[in-house]
Design a protein around this ligand. Structure first.
Ligand SMILES: Nc1ncnc2c1ncn2[C@@H]1O[C@H](COP(=O)(O)OP(=O)(O)OP(=O)(O)O)[C@@H](O)[C@H]1O
Ligand SMILES: [Mg+2]
Ligand SMILES: [Zn+2]
Length: 282
């Protein structure tokens, strides 16, 4: 998959200096992809080179959120893939190979093959951060990433709701079992702030993110409110951090990005990644 050399992750066609961050959740729809896109842009705006792998191969959504419509180029002779680029962020997604409304009907071993290819055959160049937007839950793809990319650190996104934090807890425990480092928790949809009077409504309950962070003995890195312009930005391919850096939510994303940079950890060259292939015979 890759090597660790001179303190960097050496990919076949690129390097990673700062970190591989897998954005995970228990429940679906809690905001992983939204967080991935906005964090990527926040990091990029801080002068970091950022790539995103949309590892939600069935349910890809990064191209829409970040506003990529074109298909990717596969170079003729080398068969290497040039990632799409938007707002300075390099993106590879199944969505750049198939139309948004076509179902991706591959089975897990093939999916893992695709992910492996995203690592090996994409011309990433020199990156600081590679973010992986995971599918929800503890399925094959997530398990494999935690197990086979030992230098990846997991960022868990949850809403404060107990049904979300419970399942997120399972993802956290899975990461612990796989010796995959948990970078921290982001509580999304933490509250709704009335645009007229500023009153805060805790629609999904209060304190769930902190509870989960305590349970897993990691930090709550940020709390993001539920706001209409975040949803609209995602639908229109213009994430909030790109719309307006001064916006309160953008500022929260920027704070989280700063925390992530501060928590940089050296890549241990003694730990080896494994091939991201499926079961026997794959
Ligand atoms: N803070 C927020 N405020 C308003 N809307 C939000 C917020 N975060 C996410 N959303 C919206 O909620 C929906 C789900 O978000 P998103 O797709 O990022 O979740 P996900 O965890 O990646 O979902 P999936 O599990 O399906 O991959 C999207 O429509 C998104 O625009
Ligand atoms: Mg998603
Ligand atoms: Zn009000």
């Amino acid at each position: 998959m890759y090597d660790v050399k001179n303190g960097k992750i050496q990919l076949e066609n690129g390097t990673i200096k700062g970190g591989i961050i897998a954005i995970a959740s228990g429940k679906g729809g809690v905001g992983k992809s939204t967080v991935t896109a906005n964090l990527a842009i926040a990091l990029q705006n801080m002068g970091k080179n950022v790539g995103i792998i949309d590892a939600d191969v069935h349910g890809f959504s990064i191209p829409r959120i970040i506003g990529i419509e074109e298909q990717v180029e596969v170079q003729q002779e080398s068969e290497l893939i040039k990632p799409a680029e938007k707002m300075g962020v390099k993106v590879i997604s199944m969505g750049s190979f198939v139309h948004e409304q076509n179902p991706v009907i591959w089975r897990s071993p093939l999916l893992l093959g695709a992910l492996q290819q995203f690592f090996k055959d994409v011309i990433w160049g020199d990156l600081d951060y590679l973010l992986l937007d995971l599918p929800p839950g503890t399925g094959d793809m997530v398990l494999n990433i935690m197990q086979k990319l030992p230098h990846a650190r997991t960022l868990i996104v949850t809403t404060p709701q107990i049904t979300a934090t419970n399942v997120a807890g399972r993802v956290g425990h899975m990461a612990e079992k796989m010796d995959s480092d948990i970078l921290g928790i982001i509580e999304n949809m933490a509250y709704y702030e009335c645009s007229k009077c500023g009153n805060k409504e805790y629609l999904f309950g209060k304190g769930g993110g902190k509870k989960l962070a305590d349970l897993l003995d990691v930090d709550l890195l940020g709390q993001l409110p539920l706001m209409k312009h975040v949803r609209v930005g995602g639908d229109e391919g213009n994430p909030v951090v790109n719309q307006d850096r001064e916006d309160a939510i953008s500022q929260e994303f920027i704070n989280i990005a700063e925390e992530i940079i501060k928590r940089k950890k050296e890549f241990d060259p003694n730990i080896k990644p494994m091939e991201l292939k499926g079961g026997p015979g794959q």
